[in-house]
Design a protein around this ligand. Sequence first.
Ligand code: SF4
Length: 950
Amino acid sequence: MSLNNEIDYGTPASASAEPVSLEIDGHKVTVNAGTSVMRAAAEAGISIPKLCATDHLDPFGSCRMCLVQIEGARGYPASCTTPVAAGMKVTTQNEKLAKLRKGVAELYISDHPLDCLTCSANGNCELQDTVGAVGLREVRYGFDGDNHLKAEKDESNPYFSFDPSKCIVCSRCVRACEEVQGTFALTIDGRGFESKVSPGQNQPFMESECVSCGACVQACPTATLMEKAVIDHGQPEHSTITTCAYCGVGCSFKAEMKGEQLVRMVPDKNGLANHGHSCVKGRFAFGYATHKDRITTPMVRDKITDPWREVSWEEAIQTAASRLKAIQTKYGKDAVGGITSSRCTNEETYLVQKLIRAGFGNNNVDTCARVCHSPTGYGLKTTFGESSGTQTFDSVMQSDVILVIGANPTDGHPVFGSLMKRRLRQGAKLIVVDPREIDLVRNSPHIKADYHLKLRPGTNVAVVTALAHVIVTEGLVDEAFVNERCDVESFNKWRTFVAKPENSPEAVAELTGVPAELLRGAARLYATGGNGAIYYGLGVTEHSQGSTTVIGIANLAMATGNIGREGVGVNPLRGQNNVQGSCDMGSFPHEFVGYRHVSDGATRAQFEAEWGVSLASEPGLRIPNMFTAAIEGSFKGLYVQGEDIAQSDPDINHVHHALRELECLIVQDIFLNETAKFAHVFLPGSSFLEKNGTFTNAERRISPVRKVMKPLAGKEDWEVTQDLSNALGYPMNYTHPSEIMDEIARLTPQFASVSYAKIDAMGSIQWPCNEEHPDGTPIMHADQFVRGKGRFLLTEYVPTTERTNSKYPLILTTGRILSQYNVGAQTRRTANVAWHEEDRLEIHPHDAEVLGVADGDWVGVKSRSGETVLRARVTDRMQPGVVYTTFHFPHSGANVITTDNSDWATNCPEYKVTAVHVAKVAKPSEWQKEYQAFSDDQQSLLDNRIVTAG
Ligand code: SF4
């Protein structure tokens, strides 16, 4: 049986519509008004043959298979496009209908290869099923007339094949590309018999606008668009529901297997974050999990100049534990710490911070969220009372005005980006605040940004405060909301502050680069355009005033009453799959699980009782403090699970210096990543396919991660942490991650009613999930803010100390691209490099001309921290004076240039503002030469590793 056998019945009606009763094949059926006859029949258990209908696309009515007879109606209408009506009498089966359907099927088959037995879709082909269902047994027409059987295949896409000889031109792929993905890369070219599916302007897929999301492959009812993995391995046999391990959208997938072989990842229609959609990463880029670079045997060495020595798990764990203990004996218990990962599960992250607090005996734990969304935690907790976004993704479909600040959803959060684009095509207004022309502004068919505030990097606070100035001074405040829901004293102070003339759009126009009239227009639109929703990303947080901008955003939402219901809210778009979760799980040095401060005696007593140890009351070291302490000599041992700080953190020379000073660096990862090149103990990690656990996405949705294959190294990551803890003398005895989640639930008010049984039953749960909200909480702060009254805070603009001058005249800002993910350790080991094989420096044509730089030239990029060399991409996406690069390849050295400036409240690095000098060059930078030599040495030490394990 097909694994893709969800029932597709045409578009469902709105749940709020009036009920309508009709008769189908003599059965009385009651459905909501607006339901199609096809769906009404299906709900009554009556199946109507179909080809072009599918329930995630609008009805189309082109295939003529789903014809029915309706009493009193002329002809044979298509049941997928015909809405029900009260008293309607429908016949779905009779001799005439059978003959008509058989005739239509015969026409399809007469222009279709008769290779069912060898076809890769055999057993999972809707055409085959439909032909069988209508009883077609022979075809009267020969293949000697005009046909498409010799149409040429397009194999240009690395992941799927396009075989037009099998195409029935049902348009499902074209409609999926338009309606679901919103890219409009496919069209039906030609008319009548000549009509055919065409990527772009009749181009190969890879040369078209196609973003390889897989929606067309998913929609295809035949083998025309087919995953190459299925062609190679055959149809999968069994599947497991799990969650994508890439971005913070947290898409649900069916991992479809043949034996132990993962054949494909199919987006799950029941997934509440993605509703059956996907992007190129989650859908196709999973090959890294079995890449030859995986390290599956533990390794140790005394010095980083020694070759690695393969050892047993026992020896590796004992070595790690004894070295950490020796360091603590020699330098004190605070000389060691650890870093949790937003790529790992909640349970794994929880266990690492528990090991550090209870086993190491200090609070020196931090997480990679330090370098991305720590200002979100601070800003939203201070204003609203909870460190999280407020909405579901689906809420955007109720938004009237969408304000996107410092985020690039179509690249960074593609499935949510598609949903947002759908709402924008329906007519919602769009305001984009970004220094660069992101795809929402310039590359999204049928969408036009109403305002693009093209600000200068580093001036977010001035822009957000100026928006507030307009709202306050033009009388656009939702006074009733503020009076009822907010702390009025703080509001009054804020009102006085933002109303000052120096915060007006006119006053900040020169500073921000945003014309005052645009700023005023955007503020009016957000405040008065209906439901206003704010979505923001790292373009907000990764600044010296990241926390201030988050606070400013929260102020805007409260002042306009855009909080606490569908369609509004403040929504941080989380970069990695489990950023929300790793923060929730107590990964910050000052907070236990659930964002409770370590200095709070009652909270600490609760953890001490559960964990059976006394706990430190002082916050521990943040990541940058660990680096500084390592260089100063007081921090000597570090356990890093699943993070690549040697590539991802800013001012890499400083980070590398710190790592070299450590006496024991323990790295747990699936690859020998950049950080592991400085390590003394390497503990092989497990990919998301090899473990059980949960991830929490940007909507606070806790979703299941379920083991699809055995861990290649023999252990899941949580088991390794548990072994290390036991070796250190702090006992842990979990037998399954569900027990870890039970402990989390016991200790955390927001998670009190979460359990694996509930997650499995519901599919996913949005926290808070407790006695008050047993089924979770889709919308936060609905009746009152978590902190009681919403609190306004002043947002004084303080310019960054990172300034341009004659030596460093341009501002560098950084970001991501669709096909690659963060440091690229996973996606670089997949065919996704076909889309992005190097990081480039985007530069405006005017700047390029002044510097004599042409597209593709090598350019040296020098900052106060360091220098690297990239190739230039000349593009008017950029504004003059600002350059941009991604950071997916280690040899690009993007973080060699970024500085150690950071957010005043959280130390989140200021990745988005670096003053640089750019010049055309002919050779790599000194750093790149040194990096290459070091990498070559480390590769040699790995290749020549000593194999002693049995
Ligand atoms: Fe995975 Fe994010 Fe793509 Fe969804 S949008 S498939 S979670 S990378």
